[in-house]
Design a protein around this ligand. Structure first.
Ligand SMILES: [Fe+2]
Ligand SMILES: [Fe+2]
Ligand SMILES: [Fe+2]
Length: 490
């Protein structure tokens, strides 16, 4: 019997501040070098997952998948931050963290990034990559000494439940997407997922703890050609009129003639329309972090990316708040509310990442005025709809945070706030937003969908529509010259 088993804490108190038993604490562990080597692979994997989820969310048409990728890119960015900080604590500056730990690990993530369908993408992320990361973290908890390496244990215990939660979401999403896919395609995707496992084996596992076996090295399916980043937003069939600028939500919201409970409908519309902000921010982040060959590369510190990814996730949350608001009222938004994509499409296709960031900050600082977020919260409060009050309270708080993030990372590059605002405004002016041309080209009729939405809600309320409210027909065409009023996502 080892001496450690005869040793007891004072008065039977729990020993070692709760980090583990004397036996485990007296047992072996990993050297700093081995510990850092594993952390670097975990970091590389989280960073690749973060970047590839951002790379795919803009052009992914299905709303639920866009939202899931926004959430999980955010979680991955927090995991990257934890891992970077921990590496820096182990006598290793977080330099060289971009180094590829093993070429076959790189191929694994390239294959997932460049995969064709949403089903392939999700299979790669949630059935192969995240499970391998989870297993690697769990193995580290077994192999490492819980006393000497307590800080790593702590961060893995934060990460693991989040990773499990992402895998669970991904599993359900994969099952849902598999319905309606032919057996032939399902088999092909399964074969590709087996190849991904072989790339992992070739890399010695995600954490590098197994002997690297690359005898059965497969041929890459997608990554043997250059990657073409697609930053044009796409939407699913619940967005049938994506160029529609036929209902000027802000005009309605600031018009004293209208009741607050009707204004809430316009606020839910504005919230759901915020789906365009993740679409746009993902392109800033991806192009700045990874570059696409023909665009500028940001050269920002990691915390810039972490903060902007948090903001991206907040904007996705705001969109979902609008979705829930409509669902609570019994409104079929996919049919009755025309959510457009003109803002993200215009910015992504016409501006550089830096210019897009400038426009974003310019809009968000404008939300801090009396007619901005406070006004929307007051409308929610007065409307008698506690849900509208609740979401506007948090939407406001989030937007204050975003204005701060903008000050930290955007305004600091200018001599004055005024200069930063002028540049943001000038960038926005550059975006061609041609109301008439879209109509002429048959992209939209700018149909006024408000009367249908409003009368539908009146039916649900058991009331007759008010003729004045029903006749609201202000479009974005009239305020075209004042671009600041056009589809100001916020
Ligand atoms: Fe925001
Ligand atoms: Fe927003
Ligand atoms: Fe918002």
């Amino acid at each position: 019997m080892s001496e450690i088993n005869r040793y007891h804490s004072y008065k039977g108190l729990p020993p070692l501040a709760g980090v583990g038993s004397f036996e485990r604490a007296a047992g072996p562990g990993l050297s700093i070098e081995d510990c850092v080597a594993r952390h670097k692979r975990f970091h590389y994997s989280c960073h690749r997952l973060w970047a590839l989820m951002l790379a795919r969310l803009t052009a992914e048409p299905i709303y639920e998948l866009k939202m899931g990728l926004s959430h999980h890119a955010y979680l991955a960015s927090e995991h990257v931050t934890l891992l970077r900080d921990r590496v820096a604590e182990m006598r290793h500056p977080p330099l060289g963290l971009d180094k590829v730990p093993h070429p076959e690990l790189e191929t694994l993530f390239d294959e997932i990034l460049m995969s064709e369908s949403a089903l392939e993408l999700l299979t790669g992320i949630y059935r192969v990559a995240f499970p391998a990361l989870r297993d690697g973290l769990k193995r580290h908890l077994v192999d490492s000494n819980p006393l000497v390496d307590a800080p790593s244990v702590r961060i893995f215990r934060i990460m693991l439940p989040e990773i499990e939660q992402m895998i669970e979401w991904g599993e359900s999403a994969v099952s849902a997407l598999q319905a309606g896919v032919s057996d032939q395609d399902l088999n092909r995707i399964e074969g590709w997922a087996d190849d991904l496992q072989l790339w992992l084996t070739g890399a010695g596992g995600l954490d590098g703890t197994s002997p690297a076996e690359n005898e059965k090295r497969p041929e890459p399916t997608f990554s043997n050609q250059p990657w073409k980043y697609d930053k044009s937003p796409r939407r699913d069939e619940r967005f049938p009129d994506p160029y529609n600028m036929g209902v000027h939500a802000e005009e309605f919201l600031y018009d004293d003639r209208f009741e607050d409970r009707d204004k809430v409908l316009m606020m839910y519309y504005k919230r759901l329309r915020e789906i365009d902000v993740p679409e746009m921010m993902a392109s800033i982040l991806y192009e700045m972090a990874v570059g696409t060959g023909d665009e500028e590369i940001g050269g920002h510190p990691w915390l810039f990316y972490r903060d902007l990814t948090r903001q991206l996730w907040d904007e996705a949350r705001h969109a979902m708040m609008g979705e829930v608001g409509f669902a609570k009222l019994g409104v079929d938004w996919g049919k009755d509310v025309m959510i457009n994509f003109t803002w993200s499409k215009g910015l992504n296709e016409q501006l550089t990442p830096t210019e897009r960031h400038a426009v974003l900050w310019f809009i968000e600082q404008g939300l801090m005025t009396k007619t901005g977020k406070r006004f929307e919260w007051e409308v929610g409060k007065k409307s008698g709809d506690p849900y509208a009050e609740l979401i506007q309270d948090y939407d406001w708080a989030d937007e204050v945070l975003h204005a701060r993030i903008g000050r930290d990372w955007y305004v600091k590059n200018f001599d004055s706030v005024k200069a930063a605002a002028e540049y943001g405004s000038a960038c926005w002016d550059k975006v061609m937003s041609d109301w008439e041309a879209w109509k002429r080209d048959g992209l939209t009729e700018h149909r006024n969908w408000w009367p249908d939405l409003y009368s539908g809600v009146c039916r649900l309320r058991g009331e007759e529509p008010n003729p004045e409210v029903l006749s609201f027909a202000e479009t974005y065409a009239a305020s075209r010259a004042d671009l600041q009023r056009i589809s100001a996502s916020g």
